[in-house]
Write a protein that binds this ligand. Structure first.
Ligand code: AP5
Length: 211
């Protein structure tokens, strides 16, 4: 099962991904997490991506497609993957399609988490994330301990108001056309109402995947 998790910044992709992964028994691949880990390790990839990420802009397609191609070679993704934020432009969707095709696979569904901009700004202004495992939290202060791994909670630089505005603009201009692209291709695109309790949103997503 190959599933694309789609949605505005702050729509809840990173919150839903581990819950869906547990239920569906499919591992997640989050390009944002790969990039932040590279940045933390000060690798050339991380340093190249930093300027784009800090401003809330997209990292170039070739870089993202390179990451996805490398990751998909790993044995843990051989039987399926939940792609969290890995497809944000039409060229990325086209590149992924070709990559999966060469492996005899395809995108089985796109889960598009739907939240309005006012709620996005509210969520991102209150978010802290673990500096180690990147779990997102609401209502927890910077410096507190992550419940999952004991790491320290921090604010993401791209959650500053200017960067959030840029990310929402970039989503409208470059990312939202990807949904039409998948619909034209005949892929199952499910729009999930992503407002409400986290468990309820997970259940809506799981229901959308049932035949
Ligand atoms: P990435 O880390 O993927 O950021 P994003 O897409 O902007 O998404 P976020 O992580 O901000 O939000 P989310 O949807 O995961 O929401 P979350 O679950 O945390 O990418 C970062 C950057 O990397 C990009 O800007 C770009 O520069 C680069 N990049 C990555 N992939 C790329 C690609 N493919 N192409 C080009 N560049 C790429 O939830 C948000 C908050 O809401 C949390 O506090 C959470 O606790 C809370 N919350 C979640 N669900 C609910 C709910 N149901 N009710 C109330 N609160 C909730």
């Amino acid at each position: 099962m190959n599933i694309v998790l789609f949605g505005k910044p702050g729509a809840g992709k990173g919150t839903q991904a581990p819950m869906l992964a547990r239920q569906l028994k499919v591992p997640t691949l989050a390009t944002g997490d790969v990039l932040r880990a590279a940045l933390k390790a000060q690798t050339p990839l991380g340093l190249q991506a930093k300027a784009f990420m800090d401003k809330g802009e997209l990292v170039p397609d070739a870089v993202i497609l390179g990451i996805v191609a490398e990751e998909l070679k790993k044995p843990e993704y051989a039987h399926g993957v939940l792609l969290d934020g890995a497809v944000r432009t039409v060229p990325q969707a086209e590149g992924l399609e070709k990559m999966l095709e060469s492996l005899g696979r395809k995108v089985d569904a796109v889960l598009a988490f739907d939240v309005d901009n006012e709620e996005i700004v509210r969520r991102l202004s209150g978010r802290t994330v673990c500096d180690t495992c990147q779990t997102p939290y609401t209502g927890r202060a910077v410096g507190e301990k992550c419940e999952k791994c004991g790491g320290k909670l921090m604010r993401r630089k791209d959650d500053d108001p200017d960067a959030v505005r840029t990310r929402l603009r970039v989503y409208d201009e470059q990312t939202s056309p990807v949904l039409d692209w998948y619909q034209d291709l005949g892929t199952n695109v499910a729009i999930i109402d992503a407002v409400g309790a986290v468990n309820e949103v997970t259940n809506r997503a799981l229901r959308a995947l049932r035949p």
